[in-house]
Design a protein around this ligand. Structure first.
Ligand code: SP5
Ligand code: ZN
Length: 339
């Protein structure tokens, strides 16, 4: 198994996120990946490689994300500092949004003001953007191989033209698109992060060539709140090619495992030629911002179950904020996968 390491990931190290009226320390920190790398030293499951900035990946990224959004990200740090030189000391967080109510704002006359543009392209104020974010988000991509991509920042909340949930570039969607562009007819995405993979769902919602399945905390109480319900089944040509399996906060391994079987069956029924797994470890019982109760040994089982699908599989690194345990839990999945 090839493990792709984004050596630039630590360039993205947000300081604070907005939570219930105050700024709190970021949960999505560089140490998360440091713990995974440390565990991979102890239990090597495969060679650690640094991906090239591959042309195919750039092409797939341009097919997943809107050109204006990518241009926004590429110049965001420059524009933020240009707004006020003292911004160089601060992360960029949005504070004004074009609310998408039926009675609300225009989106056909985009503002020039950077603070407004940040709100246009971000759906929360928990996703700090800083000097190295663009470089770090770009370099984490590799969708071409049977592999684990140690992607930081994570990606599954990022949509075609928006960031949020600590995510900027949807690495799993880029991987799925790169597989499609490489000639794979049908790709399944099985998202096992605690939070609904709203970005990935949205990228493929009207398509029948990429099945999206997500097992997650019920959006009635859990982030990202505004998507992830069981009645979202796809639209147009994509009707029937999205499956959401929301579970209540507090769900333990037995129920989660039974629900995973439903997800695996849906993947098998689709008969894909490749699988992409946005791997979030925030289903862990010790996770500080999530509510499932999986234990470390359960991740070995998850890896084995994924392997039993018998498919070429690309995993991306998503959530998981019990920093000291995220390494063991990640490598447990990979060990289970290897068999
Ligand atoms: C990739 C991923 O897992 N993104 C999750 C984004 C969740 N963002 C909102 C979390 C708010 C929780 N803040 C709790 C602070 C308690 N001190
Ligand atoms: Zn998550």
């Amino acid at each position: 198994m090839k493990i792709f390491h984004n050596t630039l990931h630590a360039e993205h190290a947000g300081r604070q996120e907005m939570f219930r009226g105050r700024l709190v320390d970021c949960h999505e920190v560089p140490d998360r990946l440091r713990f995974v790398l440390d565990e991979l030293q102890r239990r090597p499951v495969g060679p650690l490689l640094t991906p090239d900035a591959a042309l195919e990946v750039d092409a797939a990224m341009a097919r997943v994300h809107a050109p204006d959004y990518l241009a926004f990200l590429a110049s965001a740090w420059h524009d933020w500092v240009a707004l006020d030189p003292s911004n160089a000391e601060r992360d960029a967080l949005p504070s004004v949004w074009p609310l998408a109510s039926r009675h609300a704002f225009r989106t056909d006359a985009p503002p020039h003001n950077f603070a407004a543009r940040l709100g246009q392209y971000a759906f929360d104020s928990g996703t700090p953007l800083m000097a190295g974010s663009w470089a770090a988000a770009q370099a984490g991509l590799d969708g071409e191989r049977f592999a684990m991509a140690l992607t930081r920042p994570p990606g599954h909340h990022a949509g075609p033209d928006y960031m949020g949930g600590y995510c900027f570039i949807n690495n799993a969607a880029v991987a799925a698109q790169a597989l499609r562009d490489g000639g794979v007819q049908r790709v399944a995405v099985l998202d096992v992060d605690y939070h609904h993979g709203n970005g990935t769902q949205t990228c493929f919602y009207e398509r029948s060539d990429v099945l999206t399945v997500s097992l997650h905390g019920d959006p009635r109480t859990e982030y990202p709140f505004f998507l992830g319900h069981a009645d979202e089944r796809g639209h147009g040509a994509g009707e029937g090619f999205n499956l959401n399996l929301p579970l209540p906060r507090g769900t333990g391994f037995d129920v989660w495992w039974a629900t995973l079987q439903t997800a695996l069956q849906a993947v098998a029924d689709f008969a894909p030629q490749a699988l992409v797994v946005p791997l979030g470890l925030d289903t862990f019982e010790g996770d500080p911002i999530s509510g499932f109760k999986l234990r470390s040994a359960d991740y070995l089982q998850l890896g084995r179950a994924l392997a039993q699908l018998g498919l070429p599989t690309v995993l991306t690194f998503e959530g998981g904020y019990a920093v000291a345990d995220v390494g063991v839990n990640t490598v447990n999945v990979l060990e289970g996968l290897k068999g």
